[in-house]
Design a protein around this ligand. Structure first.
Ligand code: ADP
Length: 583
């Protein structure tokens, strides 16, 4: 309150006004009272001059000085009796021979013309301020009687008067000033509260309330302020909520978001941006984007985004521990002049990889289809060219056509299976499948092929029967593929074993062979589509290069994993781990 300028202004104005008013009042009062006192004294002296005149008229000239002295002593005044010429005939204040002519005295001059004269001045004769009253006398030698009163006594009275009036004025002024403090406080306090609340509001602590309940304009202002503050607080809360929401959205985004100002300084970056661009961007807030990233493509893109109203899009190759492909989408922030730009980075590395895989796949499929088709075409042409009439070879040619046709059929079959699994068109029906039965069924399906290739096919069952949670068809396909491969890549006299057992909550199925084995460098890639260690051999054996890829997809669809171990010339082991049915 004491620091309130409005308080000091009000109080200052009141103080000046009150001090001037009371000062003026005191001054007028004292002036008036002083006047009154002097008038009273003057009137008294005037009366005394009448009495003195009458007394003088009864005296002889010789008695004048003596009587003047007496009366003067008794009345504590100075008596002067003056001849018409101005010569002083008697004076109680000075020796006659030392007194000059008194005709020029103001009061004497006035008395000469109007019968009575008054003057207040410093007396050179008695050396003090005096009030003089002179009266004209129209009888005898004394033409003017004059009584003078020293003003010392009056001065004491006037001093007292001053003291009383100024003390009273001072006390009243102090009381008035105290009252003015109270009034100034009353007026300024609500305004101070309002100002403090408004200040708090500008500093962002919205919702400040002003406890002012007066019914005047300040009260109305306070009520309006409170309503405004409440609306502001609600808006701020809403804004904060929106901001939090926005931040939460930005945080949860997989896309990197970077906000720049018009000078290319980083204003905001989400975690995904730091991750994608491989830099801790929270620490780079405020820095220029071209200082943080020395990446020509990005910096050119930023220039273009800031230079145009149109959104801009481009792909970036982002170097780093792992090279990434990023798609950058940028737009300038609205406003004139514009306030910066928002940059959104998408990681398209995976998409690019998929694209490459898709392209490779199409190329592979085309190639795989082309080979048997070309063979069929060539054989048909040979037959048409006359080989049809050659009984020694025509059946052989037809046999080749059938073989290639079968190969095409297998390929299309495998492609369809793969497509079906990948697009999850045929949902799996998971149920407990007794593994003994599944293995026996597989063995009986593969028995002929094993026998034909002179490979011993055996099943190694655990002591206790067990079941896996799987889809019957999918499991059959997995086992058939693995056993078929094992037979295919095991030379005559070799052995293929199908074993299964329980481990924790899983069922472990293994296909173990004593075949050619797989070189270590190829092991990680054998589950890729069309990947074959020995392409010619695989083809010769009727392989499509899709078998293990189908197996891997099916195992994953069953919620399991597949691994392969192998030693060249010693054999391979494929291990499938899928969930086990409770005993
Ligand atoms: P393919 O139709 O050629 O058999 P797969 O996808 O089934 O295709 O297998 C991919 C490649 O893995 C095969 O070409 C082969 O080189 C190798 N392979 C798979 N199983 C075995 C195995 N049991 N022994 C040796 N090599 C195998």
């Amino acid at each position: 309150m004491w620091r309130s300028r409005i308080f000091w202004r009000l109080f200052g104005a009141y103080s000046i006004l009150l001090t001037v008013t009371f000062g003026l009042l005191g001054w007028l009062l004292i002036g008036r009272m002083e006047n009154h006192i002097l008038q009273e004294i003057q009137r008294g002296l005037e009366v005394k001059t009448i009495l003195l005149r009458d007394l003088v008229n009864r005296l002889g000239e010789a008695e004048l000085q003596e009587q003047a002295l007496r009366v003067a002593q008794e009345t504590n005044t100075r008596i002067t009796l003056i001849h018409a010429s101005g010569k002083v005939l008697a004076d109680s204040g000075e020796r006659l021979d030392r007194i000059e002519n008194h005709l020029d005295r103001i009061e004497v001059q006035q008395a000469k013309t109007s019968g009575i004269g008054t003057s207040t001045r410093y007396s050179g004769t008695v050396h003090q301020p005096m009030m003089y009253v002179a009266r004209r006398n129209d009888q005898g030698p004394v033409r003017y009687v004059r009584i003078a009163l020293p003003l010392d006594a009056v001065a004491t009275e006037i001093r007292w008067l001053h003291r009383v009036v100024w003390t009273a004025t001072g006390i009243t002024l102090i009381i008035a000033l105290v009252v003015s403090v109270v009034i100034a406080r009353r007026i300024s306090a609500p305004l101070v509260t309002l100002a403090a609340a408004a200040d708090a509001m500008t500093r962002g602590t919205g919702g400040a309330k002003v406890p002012v309940s007066s019914a005047d304009e300040v009260g109305t202002l306070a009520a309006s302020f409170n309503a405004m503050s409440e609306a502001c607080a609600a808006q701020m809360a809403q804004m904060n909520q929106d901001r939090e929401q926005l931040l939460a959205i930005f945080r949860s985004m997989v896309e990197g978001v970077l906000v720049l100002d018009a000078e290319q300084s980083i204003l905001f970056a989400n975690d995904a941006a730091s991750h994608l661009l491989g830099a801790p961007l929270q620490a780079a807030i405020g820095q220029k984007v071209w200082q943080v990233f020395r990446h020509r493509q990005l910096n050119e893109a930023v220039d273009k985004i800031l230079a145009s109203d149109e959104p801009y899009r481009c792909d970036l190759e982002w170097p780093g521990a792992e090279r990434r492909d990023l798609a950058l989408q940028g737009a300038r922030l609205p406003g004139a002049p514009h306030r910066g730009a928002v940059l959104v980075f998408h990681d398209i590395t995976h998409l690019r990889k998929l694209e490459t895989v898709r392209q490779d796949f199409v190329a592979n499929v085309s190639h795989e289809l082309k080979t048997p088709l070309a063979a069929i075409q060539a054989t048909v042409e040979t037959l048409l060219d006359g080989a049809l009439q050659d009984p020694a070879h025509n059946v052989q040619f037809l046999e080749r056509i059938r073989e290639n046709g079968e190969r095409l059929h297998r390929l299309v079959q495998d492609l369809l299976t793969l497509g079906r699994i990948e697009s999850s068109q045929a949902p799996l029906e998971l149920e407990p499948i007794p593994l003994q039965a599944a293995a026996e069924a597989c063995m009986s399906r593969q028995a002929d092929r094993a026998r034909a290739r002179e490979v011993q096919l055996i099943a190694e069952a655990p002591r206790h029967p067990m079941a896996a949670i799987a889809d019957a068809e999918a499991l059959a396909e997995i086992l058939d593929n693995l056993v078929d491969n094992a037979i295919k890549y095991t030379p005559a006299g070799g052995k293929v074993a199908l074993r299964w057992r329980a481990e924790d909550h899983d069922a472990i199925l293994q296909v173990v062979d004593t075949g050619t084995g797989i070189p270590e460098k190829d092991l990680p890639r054998i589950f890729e589509r069309f990947y074959r260690v020995d392409r010619a051999r695989s083809r010769a054996l009727g392989g499509t290069g899709l078998g293990l890829s189908i197996v891997k997809h099916l195992v994953q669809a069953l919620g399991g994993t597949i691994t392969a171990e192998s030693k060249v010339g010693r054999g391979s082991t494929f291990t499938v781990r899928i969930p086990r049915a409770p005993a």
